[in-house]
Design a binder for this molecule. Structure first.
Ligand code: 13P
Ligand code: SF4
Length: 390
C-alpha cells in the first residue's frame, strides 16, 4: 500500500487553496487494484493522453510513464506530442509549469498532486529577483535603464535553472537571459558569456559554481548573492570583478551528500566509482569521479562494465532503480547510507495518478497547471532558448 507524506513547503502553503485534495475513497486502495485501474484508465484515454515521468518518481508511478527522463529530456517531449489532449506530468511543479508553457493552447497539463513543489525553486521569489536587479543597477553594475553596454554586450545575463517559478524564467527571458537544466548548464554558461560580461545564476549556487568551475572559472571569480541581505551582502567592487553571481539557493536533498561519505565508501569498496548530481556542494564534486544530470548518471552507469561498483549521489528512488531494475549486474550504492529522498517528488502517489486519470475518463480535469497568459510569452522565450542549447 502506498504512503502519502504530510510535509508542506512554502510553495505548497501559497497554492494550497488551488489544490484539489485526494478524496477519501482513493486513500487506501490495494496495490493490485491501483495498478489495474490506472492501466484501465490509461487504455481508455489512449492517444489523448501522454504521461511524462521524472527519474525521481516512485516505481509504482514511473512504471506508467510513456516517457521518462531528466528535466531537459521531458521538456523536449512536450512539443513531440501535439496529438495528446492531456499531459500528465509525474514530477514537480516547475516541470509541469514548463510543460504548460511549451505545450499548444489546446493541451492541458496536469500535476497529480499540486503540492509537489521544489524547495529550491522556492528560494528565488520574483520580488527578490527584481530587488537584486535594481540593487545591481544602484551598485553601478547594470547601466540604469539600458539593457546593453556600448560594446553591444550585456553587463549581466540572467540564467535561471529550470528549477524555478515561471515568473523567474519570464524575468530572465525578458532581459536577454535563458533557462538551463543540469544537462545543458555548461553550454548555457558559454552561451551567456558570449553575450555578456557576467552571469547572474539562480537559484542553485551549487550547480552554478560546479558548472562554472568545470569551465575553468576560478572560485575567486564567483560571488554569492544573498537575497536576504542589502546589496546581496556584497561590495560593488567584488560584484564587478565576478564572472558569475551565484544566488544563495540550494537543494536540501543534494546538499546532504558529503566528502566523508565518499571517503568511507572508497575505503570499503576498492575500485569504487563515484558519480554525483551537480546540485551537490563543490567539494563533493571534487571528491567524486564524475558528475551530471540524472540522465547522464543513468547513461554513464549503463556504459560501465558489468561488475563495476558505483556510489551515486542523487535521489534514492533513482539510485534504487539503477541498483535493482536497470543494473542488477553492477553494484550500485547510495552515497548516503540513509538514502536521500525528495519528499515533494514523493507526493505524486499512484493514488493521485489514478484519481487524475479517472477524472479525465469522466471528463473532469483535476489539478491542472496553468501559467497565466501575461507570464507565458517571456517564459516561453527563455525556455525556447534553453531547448536550442545543448
Ligand atoms: P535533472 O534535470 O538532472 O533530472 O534534475 C532535476 C532535479 O530536480 C534534480 O534535483
Ligand atoms: Fe527540488 Fe531538490 Fe527535489 Fe530536485 S531533488 S525537485 S532540486 S528539492
Amino acid at each position: 500500500m502506498s504512503t502519502l507524506l504530510p510535509m508542506m513547503t512554502a510553495y505548497e502553503k501559497e497554492h494550497i487553496s488551488e489544490r484539489q485534495p485526494l478524496p477519501e475513497r482513493y486513500l487506501s486502495l490495494p496495490d493490485d487494484e491501483l495498478d489495474r485501474r490506472i492501466a484501465a484508465a490509461k487504455a481508455k484515454l489512449g492517444g489523448r493522453l501522454v504521461i511524462l515521468g521524472h527519474h525521481y518518481q516512485r516505481d509504482e508511478v514511473i512504471k506508467f510513464a510513456d516517457y521518462t527522463g531528466d528535466s531537459f529530456k521531458l521538456a523536449r517531449q512536450v512539443s513531440r506530442h501535439p496529438d495528446a489532449e492531456f499531459i500528465v506530468f509525474c514530477g514537480v511543479h516547475f516541470m509541469a509549469e514548463s510543460a504548460d508553457v511549451l505545450s499548444a493552447p489546446y493541451q492541458q497539463v496536469i500535476l497529480p498532486d499540486l503540492a509537489a513543489g521544489c524547495s529550491m525553486a522556492d528560494m528565488a521569489e520574483p520580488e527578490q529577483l527584481e530587488m537584486c536587479w535594481s540593487d545591481l543597477e544602484q551598485m553601478g553594475i547594470i547601466p540604469t535603464g539600458a539593457r546593453l553596454q556600448p560594446n553591444g554586450r550585456s553587463s549581466v545575463v540572467p540564467v535561471t535553472y529550470i528549477n524555478s517559478a515561471a515568473s523567474i524564467k519570464a524575468f530572465c527571458g525578458e532581459r536577454g537571459g535563458v533557462v538551463c537544466t543540469s544537462s545543458n548548464a555548461a553550454a548555457t554558461l558559454r552561451w551567456a558569456w558570449e553575450r555578456g560580461e557576467r552571469v547572474l545564476f539562480l537559484p542553485d549556487q551549487h550547480l552554478g559554481r560546479n558548472t562554472a568551475y568545470k569551465l575553468g572559472v576560478p572560485l575567486d571569480d564567483m560571488v554569492v548573492w544573498d537575497p536576504n541581505e542589502i546589496w546581496g551582502g556584497l561590495e560593488p567592487d567584488a560584484v564587478s570583478r565576478a564572472r558569475i553571481i551565484l544566488w544563495k539557493g540550494h537543494c536540501s536533498v543534494h546538499t546532504r551528500f558529503t566528502v566523508r561519505q565518499i571517503e568511507n565508501l572508497r575505503a570499503q569498496h576498492p575500485g569504487l566509482r563515484v558519480i554525483v548530481h551537480p546540485e551537490v556542494p563543490w567539494e563533493v564534486v571534487q571528491a567524486a569521479d564524475d558528475s551530471g544530470s540524472t540522465e547522464y548518471i543513468i547513461n554513464t552507469i549503463s556504459k560501465s562494465p558489468v561488475g563495476s561498483i558505483w556510489a551515486v549521489g542523487t535521489e534514492i528512488h533513482l539510485v534504487n532503480r539503477l541498483a535493482n531494475q536497470m543494473h542488477p549486474d553492477r553494484t550500485v550504492l547510495s552515497l548516503d547510507q540513509f538514502g536521500c529522498l525528495c519528499s515533494t517528488m514523493f507526493r505524486v502517489s499512484p493514488n493521485h495518478l489514478l484519481w487524475t486519470l479517472e477524472g479525465l475518463v469522466e471528463g473532469e480535469v483535476r489539478n491542472r497547471i496553468v501559467v497565466p497568459d501575461e507570464r507565458k510569452y517571456w517564459t516561453k522565450v527563455a525556455l525556447d532558448r534553453m531547448l536550442t542549447i545543448q
